[in-house]
Design a binder for this molecule. Structure first.
Ligand code: A3P
Length: 302
């Protein structure tokens, strides 16, 4: 596995956020926009769509094992998950990470492609080609906590400030990739009219990973054996993925694991260790208002 050369990456300052088509973004996700917008999807592509920190890596790894786990040992032992599943809109020129190019050069079929884009910004060829989409949603409270720790440790994300500051920003939708509320509800609405979309919940995955793997197989039309599914379910447990250097992101040079590890806790309800009573009350009020027009429901504990 190649570890990118970081010597040329300007990391002394965190990126600024700006408004892009109504969504807070950093230039890392807009620099390559023309190519992203005109990306040519294929009918057998599988798009893994999430708000950041909702379980993207988890579902990416499950899909990778379902499709390529049995026959390609080399892939499993030497290629980190973020190379196997390119991040479509990412553009880290200095690291030579350009999502559209990585996707175009994927040798596999199907291609597994990751995006954090809100539904209205997804390249239209995915809809035209009727590509399959797996969306993963995570309850807002745990999602916010996970995002806070991620922004602390990831030097190519904006400075999060302290927890209170971050939570205020989250409630206003001023995070990279925009408001959580619109993201989860926008994709939920899409599901009502686009049948090739499976909407999964992080909480369901934690509650019963095997059941969700089965659900994935049935959506994708895979006839994976029970034994194989059980094997995969074991391999994708939090502790196994935390130990696995191909999934734990230890090789990503912009992440400072001394601040917080990528595989941090993997729990439902960790928000209770972060929210004060006052923060929780305010959050619930804001939540009620922002989610009043959608039917999507999340569990904040299981
Ligand atoms: P925490 O920070 O709450 O631990 P993403 O891949 O979208 O960036 O999401 C990362 C979050 O998913 C982190 O949440 C990470 O620990 C969690 N995660 C990743 N793999 C997991 C697994 N196998 N089981 C449970 N949680 C997992």
């Amino acid at each position: 596995m190649e570890i990118p050369d970081m010597s040329s990456l300007q990391l002394h300052s965190r990126p600024e956020m700006f408004d892009f088509e109504g969504i807070s973004m950093t230039h890392f996700f807009t620099d390559n926009w023309e190519k992203v917008k005109n990306f040519q999807a294929r009918p057998d592509d599988i798009l893994i769509a999430t708000y950041p920190k909702a379980g993207t890596t988890w579902v990416s790894y499950i899909l990778d094992l379902l499709y390529f786990g049995k026959d390609d040992l080399e892939r499993q032992t030497s290629q980190p998950i973020y190379e196997r599943v390119p991040f479509l809109e990412s553009c880290f020129q200095d690291l030579k990470v350009i999502g559209t190019e990585m996707a175009d050069h994927l040798p596999t079929s199907p291609r597994l492609i990751k995006t954090h884009l809100p539904v209205q910004l997804v390249p239209k060829s995915f809809w035209e080609q009727n590509s399959r989409v797996v969306y993963v949603g995570r309850n807002a409270k745990d999602n916010a906590v996970s995002y806070f720790h991620f922004d602390r440790m990831n030097k190519v994300q904006p400075e999060p400030g302290d927890w209170n500051n971050f939570l205020e920003k989250f409630m206003k939708g001023k995070n990279v990739f925009g408001p959580w509320y619109d993201h989860v509800s926008g994709w939920w609405e899409k599901k009502q009219t686009y049948s090739n979309l499976l909407y999964l919940f992080y909480e369901d995955l934690v509650e019963d990973t095997g059941r969700e793997v089965e659900r994935l197989c049935s959506f994708l039309g895979l006839s994976t054996s029970v034994e194989e599914r059980e094997k995969i379910t074991k391999e994708v447990q939090f502790d196994a993925m935390k130990q696995n250097n191909m999934t734990n992101h230890v090789t990503v040079p912009v992440m400072d694991f001394k601040i917080s590890p990528f595989m941090r806790k993997g729990k439902v309800g960790d928000w209770k260790c972060h929210f004060t009573v006052a923060q929780n009350e305010e959050f619930d009020e804001v939540y009620k208002e922002k989610m009043k027009n959608t039917t999507v429901k999340f569990r904040t504990e299981i």
